[in-house]
Design a protein around this ligand. Structure first.
Ligand SMILES: NC(=O)c1ccc[n+]([C@@H]2O[C@H](COP(=O)([O-])OP(=O)(O)OC[C@H]3O[C@@H](n4cnc5c(N)ncnc54)[C@H](O)[C@@H]3O)[C@@H](O)[C@H]2O)c1
Length: 240
């Protein structure tokens, strides 16, 4: 199950899993994009099921997961990728001016959405004593980011969630990890709102993130970790 699988990073993750023979639950609130991902996945010879809903909609997420478990028999992997900053609302601002509704949106989308999806799949993973849960966080969680205090906090929350949950579910052979991307290109180009970070070498690609996700998905001795995938961007200033 990959959330936000309708485009960019989530879509690439879904396609990489499909290339490895996994059937996919494509979760995205954009139906058109979800169906396009499904078309591309189906062409690879695996099955795909749409879950067209907002990850903030706990009831719908639980409903889709129960249908998926019935249809596929199990869920082995969950990638909590759906997310974004107040940029989605065109409401990026200094924290002092941030509206409460924006804080709710950002925290509910990134952090609570991941919690809903994780709670929905956990009972079946615990029952089968197997599972991999991967949260897509951000380097904003470890370095901070102007105009995105809520986003940085939500993404840091996703890392805290990973560590505490990894402790609880290790005995069921479930690994829980995070990946923190740096600036990643969208549709092959760097988005306007990330260019101001400054170019230090190339921007990452969705494939760079998908490769890290697949690595975590097919190992069983790394858990509670956050892997930064940013080409070194968060190491410090780029000049000598
Ligand atoms: N692109 C970057 O530079 C970057 C950097 C660090 C972290 N990230 C994180 O990676 C993830 C994916 O980023 P992206 O650049 O591919 O984003 P994107 O905006 O290009 O795509 C996100 C996808 O998720 C879907 N989505 C968004 N909110 C949803 C919700 N509430 N419920 C269901 N579907 C929802 C959208 O419809 C879209 O298909 C996000 O969590 C983002 O915060 C991205």
């Amino acid at each position: 199950m990959v959330t936000g699988a309708g485009k960019n990073i989530g879509k690439e993750i879904a396609l990489e899993f499909a290339k490895n023979g996994a059937n996919i639950i494509v979760c995205d609130y954009n139906e058109e994009n979800a169906l396009e991902t499904i078309r591309e996945i189906s062409a690879l010879g695996v099955k795909a099921m749409p879950a067209v809903c907002d990850v903030r909609d706990r009831a719908k997420i639980f409903e889709y997961v129960s249908v998926a478990v019935e249809q596929f028999g199990k869920i082995d992997f969950l990638v909590n990728n759906a997310g974004g900053s107040a940029y989605l609302l065109k409401k990026l601002t200094r924290f002092v001016d941030a509206e409460e509704s924006t804080l709710d949106f950002v925290i509910d989308t990134n952090l609570k959405g991941a919690m809903h999806c994780t709670q929905a799949v956990l009972p079946s993973m615990i029952a089968q004593k197997y599972g991999k849960i991967i949260n897509i966080s951000s380097i904003a969680a470890v370095c901070g980011l102007y105009d995105r205090v809520d986003y940085a906090a939500a993404k840091a929350g996703m890392i805290g969630m990973v560590k505490a949950l990894a402790m609880e579910v290790g005995e069921y052979n479930i690994c829980v990890n995070a990946i923190s991307p740096g600036a990643i290109s969208r549709n092959g180009k760097t988005s306007d709102h990330v260019t101001y970070l400054g170019e230090n070498g190339r921007c990452g690609s969705p494939k760079d993130i998908a490769d890290a996700v697949l690595f975590l998905a097919y190992q069983d001795y790394i858990t509670g970790e956050n892997i930064v995938v940013d080409g070194g961007r968060s190491l410090g200033p780029s000049h000598r």
